[in-house]
Design a protein around this ligand. Structure first.
Ligand SMILES: NC(=O)c1ccc[n+]([C@@H]2O[C@H](COP(=O)([O-])OP(=O)(O)OC[C@H]3O[C@@H](n4cnc5c(N)ncnc54)[C@H](OP(=O)(O)O)[C@@H]3O)[C@@H](O)[C@H]2O)c1
Length: 247
């Protein structure tokens, strides 16, 4: 049986991915800060191994290694942990907390997983970044910048694995808007997707060992056109963006 660790399994997309992997016969290790949510998950899947950890804390790699030992190994490291807020006011605390979780915390646990797989001689790292990494988003500067960071970091690891001749698969999952607690209340989000449906696409992409997966096809099309926008159109969108995407 294959073993997967899901960090950020206490809610939203990560929780649905953990449930689906368990249903498909994986041995699952679930982690996140909220212990009560991990215990709830354990009631749904009694076989799940749980560990409360905070990716922004220095002891996170140690706790991940404890979880790996309890599970008897790890084949897939799946990172869903992340925070994001609309922050046009540029509240410094929000901007820095986002960097701490999506930048520093991401790097802390992804590097721990890579080092484990390097020692093991193989493995699979999958992480949820976002389509927000495609362009800088004025109302969420730190969120979009950290998602771009994640895209680039995962690409660097894919090249590193190739250079080191170690079969470590890297999967970068980039969803559009998903109906989870991460979305700010009272804001309009077009083309919102259900986390269960997104989790299905994610698990399929992981099983097919995809390198990059944009979810869903509508967002894939959108991203294709976003990339073609000249800088002046993106940076001064006014009427265009408000009308089409609600930003
Ligand atoms: N929802 C969307 O529209 C959307 C779109 C694109 C990408 N994404 C990305 O998808 C991922 C999952 O988000 P979601 O939508 O499922 O939101 P969510 O329901 O809020 O889930 C976020 C998860 O991250 C965990 N987390 C947050 N800070 C953490 C920390 N310091 N240490 C450990 N775990 C931490 C949370 O667990 P605890 O609070 O228990 O620690 C929770 O399990 C995020 O990376 C997000 O950026 C979301």
């Amino acid at each position: 049986m294959k073993r997967a660790i899901v960090i950020g399994a206490t809610s939203g997309i990560g929780k649905e991915v953990a449930l689906l992997l368990a249903k498909q016969g994986w041995i699952v290790g679930a982690a996140g800060r909220r212990e009560n949510k991990l215990l709830e998950l354990q009631q749904e899947i009694p076989s799940v191994h749980i560990k409360s950890l905070d990716v922004t804390s220095a002891d996170a790699p140690f706790k991940i290694n404890e979880l790996i030992s309890e599970m008897g190994g790890m084949d897939l490291f799946f990172l869903s942990s992340g925070i994001g807020k609309q922050n046009a006011a540029l509240d410094e605390t929000i901007e820095l907390q986002t960097l701490e979780t999506n930048g520093v915390g991401f790097t802390r646990v992804i590097t721990a997983a890579y080092r484990y797989f390097r020692k093991q001689g193989n493995g699979h790292i999958a992480a949820i970044s976002s389509i927000a990494g495609t362009k800088g988003i004025g109302t969420a500067p730190s969120y979009s910048a950290t998602k771009k960071f994640q895209n680039t970091y995962l690409q660097a690891l894919a090249q590193l694995a190739y250079l080191e001749k170690i079969p470590i698969q890297i999967t970068d999952i980039r969803p559009g808007f998903v109906d989870t607690a991460l979305l700010d209340e009272g804001h309009y989000y077009p083309m919102k997707m259900k986390p269960q449906k997104v989790a299905c696409s994610i698990v399929k992409a992981v099983n097919h060992r995809r390198r990059i997966k944009i979810i869903d096809h509508r967002y894939a099309l959108l991203v294709f056109f976003w990339r073609l926008f000249p800088r002046c159109v993106w940076e001064k969108p006014r009427y265009f963006l408000r009308k089409l995407f609600g930003f």
